[in-house]
Design a protein around this ligand. Structure first.
Ligand SMILES: [Zn+2]
Length: 301
């Protein structure tokens, strides 16, 4: 038997629930239309933005997959993508100098100009290596006068960048700041665990000497403890003279170098070189192809 008092109490409870529901509705996640639109220059940065932004952001990378980030076709469609961006994340250190600045100008988006809140340059979040000390000669090929921008193959630096992205997203959308920090903490925990596992696997190889294709692996070597004994391409992207390769064969013998690392795609000069030329050094045969960060996690939510 329900008493009059019980009905009244139920009424109060129901009213409270209605108010509570209204409050929840007000605090509900921002609808898809209001998600922050994040655009990155490379997919590695898109993957990091996706980790910390979760469902509160949409992410798109201007360059795709294994495309060379030094040379991206500055298609006008990319300027359109930038026009509506709330945040542009670039690598910096002049990696994108050949194609990004004109696109940013064409976008006429005041928020993503250098120095604005809607622009985050990842290089500002990491300790930069290979900063030239002497005068810089552009004839040396792919040489970056402000330091080496290929830092996305170091997982420790990836965490630093993720932290900078979480902070900036929180400034752009304060209501999501707590969620971005929670996502960052989860990403950090997971990655630190993976780093610990990789460190264990790499321990026996620390200090080993290795040849690299060119200066793309500086940060990977810095993290992994492998030592760069020489570069196959002293001028990055330019086929090495035979005399340089002959020198490397000597270095391999003297310093016991047994491995060479390249990016996923071997340079054409490498494939064109007759195999017997390499046969004098095991380093020239034992090639490790290190993947670059190209996770296809960019989303349009
Ligand atoms: Zn480069």
């Amino acid at each position: 038997m329900i008493t009059r008092e019980a009905w009244l109490r139920l009424g109060v409870v129901t009213r409270s629930l209605t108010i509570a529901a209204a409050l929840v509705a007000m605090a509900a996640p921002v609808p898809a239309l209001d998600t922050l639109r994040v655009v990155t220059t490379v997919e590695g940065l898109a993957a990091l933005a996706h980790e910390v932004g979760g469902g509160r952001i949409s992410v798109e990378s201007l360059s795709k997959g294994v495309a060379d980030p030094h040379f991206v076709d500055a298609n006008p469609m990319l300027a359109v993508k930038l026009r509506n961006a709330d945040l542009l994340i670039d690598v910096g250190l002049e990696l994108e100098i050949g194609w990004l600045p004109p696109l940013v100008t064409q976008s006429r988006n005041p928020n993503i100009q250098p120095g604005q809140k809607g622009r985050l340059t990842a290089a500002s979040a990491v300790r930069v290596l290979d900063v030239p000390t002497g005068p810089v000669d552009r004839s040396m090929g792919d040489l970056h006068p402000q330091g080496n921008p290929h830092f996305l193959n170091d997982p420790r630096r990836a965490i630093d960048i993720a932290a900078a992205i979480a902070k900036r997203l929180g400034e752009l959308e304060p209501a999501g700041a707590g969620e971005f920090q929670a996502n960052l903490a989860a990403f950090r925990n997971r990655t630190e665990q993976e780093i610990a596992d990789w460190d264990k696997e790499m321990a026996p190889y620390r200090g080993r000497k290795i040849f690299t294709q060119h200066r793309t692996f500086t940060y990977f070597l810095d993290w992994s403890g492998l030592v760069d004994a020489g570069e196959m391409e002293p001028r990055p992207g330019v086929p090495p003279p035979p005399s340089h390769l002959a020198e490397l064969v000597d270095v391999a013998r003297q310093q016991n170098v047994k491995r060479t690392s390249t990016t996923r795609s071997q340079p054409s000069w490498w494939r064109a070189t007759p195999a017997r030329r390499w046969s004098r050094s095991p380093a020239m045969w034992a090639v490790i192809q290190l993947p670059t960060i190209t996770a296809t996690t960019s989303t349009r939510s």
